[in-house]
Design a protein around this ligand. Sequence first.
Ligand code: CU
Length: 164
Amino acid sequence: MKKIITFLFTAIILVGCKNEPKKEKFSYKRVQEATENTIVKSMNDVTINSNDQMLFDRSIIRVKSGETVTLKLNHTGKIAKEFMGHNFVLVKEGVDIDDFAQRAMNAKETDYIPEGDETYAYTKMLGGGESDIITFMSPEPGTYTYLCTFPGHYQIMRGDFIVE
Ligand code: CU
């Protein structure tokens, strides 16, 4: 028994020692990557993913006011656009979201974007495996709503678009 305990103890010490240099290397690499990311990526380069579970992967997007926003929407699922279509629609301030989404639902001919001037920007309606990139000027500072206008999605697929 004593031997086993001694063995285990030695093993723990050995494992502990072995991990030391690895850990340092890892954290160094992480710092380096983070620095590179901040240089290359601007706050206004936004990527948002959507999937077959009818979800966006983020519920808050932050951008700077008065600068161009480049937004990429990915549909990472496999289901076709007719059944699990997703888009990104940034709705103007003051628009009634429920009313807008209701009208969007009936606008199949225009990719579920209702007639009128109620949006700042929107992507194409995507099916699984597709992507779309749009660029637009960020509006005045404030909190706006973005959503997916595919029928039945907006109550879950929506979030805050915060302009600072
Ligand atoms: Cu959707």
